[in-house]
Design a protein around this ligand. Structure first.
Ligand code: GTP
Ligand code: MG
Length: 136
Protein backbone atom coordinates (compact mmCIF):
# COMPACT_ATOMS: atom_id res chain seq x y z
CA UNK A 1 0.00 0.00 0.00
CA UNK A 2 0.96 3.69 -0.16
CA UNK A 3 1.42 6.61 2.19
CA UNK A 4 0.85 10.27 1.58
CA UNK A 5 1.39 13.62 3.27
CA UNK A 6 -1.80 15.55 3.99
CA UNK A 7 -1.92 19.12 5.31
CA UNK A 8 -5.15 20.68 6.52
CA UNK A 9 -4.31 24.28 5.76
CA UNK A 10 -4.82 27.27 8.13
CA UNK A 11 -8.24 28.06 6.66
CA UNK A 12 -9.49 24.55 7.50
CA UNK A 13 -8.24 24.89 11.09
CA UNK A 14 -9.62 28.45 11.51
CA UNK A 15 -13.02 27.45 10.18
CA UNK A 16 -13.33 24.38 12.40
CA UNK A 17 -13.40 21.94 9.47
CA UNK A 18 -10.66 19.61 10.73
CA UNK A 19 -13.03 16.99 12.15
CA UNK A 20 -15.20 17.05 9.05
CA UNK A 21 -12.25 16.59 6.69
CA UNK A 22 -10.54 13.94 8.80
CA UNK A 23 -13.88 12.11 8.97
CA UNK A 24 -13.97 11.81 5.19
CA UNK A 25 -10.46 10.37 5.14
CA UNK A 26 -11.11 7.98 8.03
CA UNK A 27 -14.29 6.73 6.37
CA UNK A 28 -12.42 5.26 3.41
CA UNK A 29 -12.05 1.49 3.76
CA UNK A 30 -8.63 0.39 4.90
CA UNK A 31 -7.04 3.83 5.15
CA UNK A 32 -5.26 4.71 8.37
CA UNK A 33 -3.93 7.94 9.84
CA UNK A 34 -0.52 6.96 11.21
CA UNK A 35 0.75 10.38 12.32
CA UNK A 36 -1.06 13.62 13.08
CA UNK A 37 -0.07 16.93 14.60
CA UNK A 38 -1.46 20.46 14.89
CA UNK A 39 1.57 22.49 13.95
CA UNK A 40 2.59 26.08 13.20
CA UNK A 41 4.58 25.51 10.02
CA UNK A 42 7.78 27.49 9.64
CA UNK A 43 8.92 29.47 6.62
CA UNK A 44 11.92 27.26 5.71
CA UNK A 45 9.70 24.17 5.82
CA UNK A 46 7.16 25.83 3.52
CA UNK A 47 9.83 27.09 1.14
CA UNK A 48 11.13 23.54 0.84
CA UNK A 49 7.65 22.11 0.43
CA UNK A 50 6.62 24.61 -2.26
CA UNK A 51 10.02 24.89 -4.00
CA UNK A 52 8.50 23.94 -7.38
CA UNK A 53 6.35 27.10 -7.24
CA UNK A 54 9.15 29.58 -6.39
CA UNK A 55 9.00 32.54 -8.78
CA UNK A 56 5.32 32.09 -9.67
CA UNK A 57 3.01 35.03 -8.90
CA UNK A 58 1.05 33.06 -6.28
CA UNK A 59 4.14 31.77 -4.44
CA UNK A 60 4.74 34.58 -1.90
CA UNK A 61 1.05 34.99 -0.93
CA UNK A 62 0.76 31.20 -0.67
CA UNK A 63 3.65 31.02 1.80
CA UNK A 64 2.22 33.97 3.80
CA UNK A 65 -1.16 32.26 3.93
CA UNK A 66 0.42 29.01 5.14
CA UNK A 67 2.14 31.06 7.90
CA UNK A 68 -1.15 32.70 8.96
CA UNK A 69 -2.07 30.03 11.52
CA UNK A 70 -1.49 26.42 12.45
CA UNK A 71 -2.09 23.55 10.06
CA UNK A 72 -2.77 19.90 10.76
CA UNK A 73 -0.01 17.72 9.29
CA UNK A 74 -0.68 14.03 8.91
CA UNK A 75 0.45 10.80 7.31
CA UNK A 76 -2.24 8.64 5.76
CA UNK A 77 -1.55 5.07 4.67
CA UNK A 78 -3.60 2.69 2.56
CA UNK A 79 -4.52 1.30 -0.82
CA UNK A 80 -4.09 3.94 -3.58
CA UNK A 81 -4.19 6.64 -0.91
CA UNK A 82 -2.14 9.15 -2.94
CA UNK A 83 -4.62 9.30 -5.81
CA UNK A 84 -7.47 8.75 -3.35
CA UNK A 85 -6.92 11.78 -1.11
CA UNK A 86 -6.41 13.96 -4.19
CA UNK A 87 -9.80 12.71 -5.41
CA UNK A 88 -11.45 13.51 -2.07
CA UNK A 89 -9.88 17.01 -2.18
CA UNK A 90 -10.94 17.88 -5.74
CA UNK A 91 -9.15 20.21 -8.16
CA UNK A 92 -6.91 23.08 -6.94
CA UNK A 93 -9.51 25.76 -7.81
CA UNK A 94 -12.48 25.20 -5.48
CA UNK A 95 -14.94 26.75 -7.95
CA UNK A 96 -13.95 24.07 -10.46
CA UNK A 97 -14.26 21.35 -7.80
CA UNK A 98 -17.45 19.30 -7.80
CA UNK A 99 -19.80 19.35 -4.81
CA UNK A 100 -19.03 16.25 -2.76
CA UNK A 101 -15.30 16.99 -2.82
CA UNK A 102 -13.68 18.81 0.11
CA UNK A 103 -12.73 21.87 -1.96
CA UNK A 104 -16.04 21.74 -3.84
CA UNK A 105 -18.06 21.70 -0.64
CA UNK A 106 -16.13 24.29 1.38
CA UNK A 107 -13.85 26.39 -0.83
CA UNK A 108 -14.15 29.51 -2.96
CA UNK A 109 -10.62 30.98 -3.09
CA UNK A 110 -7.82 29.19 -4.99
CA UNK A 111 -5.21 29.95 -2.35
CA UNK A 112 -7.46 29.01 0.56
CA UNK A 113 -8.31 25.56 -0.71
CA UNK A 114 -8.28 23.79 2.66
CA UNK A 115 -6.07 20.78 2.00
CA UNK A 116 -2.78 19.65 0.52
CA UNK A 117 -2.15 16.06 -0.52
CA UNK A 118 0.96 14.68 -2.22
CA UNK A 119 0.46 14.28 -5.98
CA UNK A 120 2.69 11.22 -6.69
CA UNK A 121 4.72 8.53 -4.92
CA UNK A 122 7.84 10.59 -5.53
CA UNK A 123 6.25 13.76 -4.07
CA UNK A 124 4.92 11.79 -1.12
CA UNK A 125 8.36 10.46 -0.17
CA UNK A 126 9.92 13.92 -0.61
CA UNK A 127 7.21 15.67 1.43
CA UNK A 128 7.07 13.05 4.20
CA UNK A 129 10.80 13.62 4.78
CA UNK A 130 10.18 17.37 5.11
CA UNK A 131 7.25 17.15 7.54
CA UNK A 132 7.93 13.88 9.37
CA UNK A 133 11.72 13.36 9.20
CA UNK A 134 11.68 10.88 12.09
CA UNK A 135 8.81 8.84 10.74
CA UNK A 136 9.90 5.26 10.01
P1 GTP B 1 -1.59 21.34 -3.07
O1 GTP B 1 -2.26 20.05 -2.74
O2 GTP B 1 -1.74 22.40 -2.01
O3 GTP B 1 -0.18 21.16 -3.56
O4 GTP B 1 -2.46 21.88 -4.26
P2 GTP B 1 -2.42 21.40 -5.73
O5 GTP B 1 -1.43 20.30 -5.93
O6 GTP B 1 -3.84 21.19 -6.11
O7 GTP B 1 -1.89 22.72 -6.40
P3 GTP B 1 -0.39 23.15 -6.75
O8 GTP B 1 0.61 22.24 -6.18
O9 GTP B 1 -0.37 23.44 -8.21
O10 GTP B 1 -0.33 24.55 -6.00
C1 GTP B 1 -0.07 24.60 -4.62
C2 GTP B 1 -1.01 25.57 -3.96
O11 GTP B 1 -0.77 26.87 -4.46
C3 GTP B 1 -2.49 25.32 -4.27
O12 GTP B 1 -3.07 24.37 -3.43
C4 GTP B 1 -3.08 26.69 -4.05
O13 GTP B 1 -3.26 26.93 -2.66
C5 GTP B 1 -1.98 27.58 -4.58
N1 GTP B 1 -2.15 27.86 -5.99
C6 GTP B 1 -1.91 27.07 -7.04
N2 GTP B 1 -2.18 27.66 -8.21
C7 GTP B 1 -2.61 28.89 -7.88
C8 GTP B 1 -3.04 30.00 -8.63
O14 GTP B 1 -3.10 30.00 -9.87
N3 GTP B 1 -3.41 31.10 -7.92
C9 GTP B 1 -3.36 31.13 -6.58
N4 GTP B 1 -3.72 32.24 -5.96
N5 GTP B 1 -2.95 30.11 -5.84
C10 GTP B 1 -2.58 29.00 -6.47
MG1 MG C 1 0.62 20.37 -5.27
Amino acid sequence: SQRTLVLLKPDAVRRGLVGEIIGRIESKAGWKITALELRALERPTLEQHYAEHEGKPFYAPLVEFMLSGPSVAMVVEGERVIEGVRALAGPTDPIAAAPGSIRGDYGTIVRENLIHASDSEQSAERELKIFFPDFA
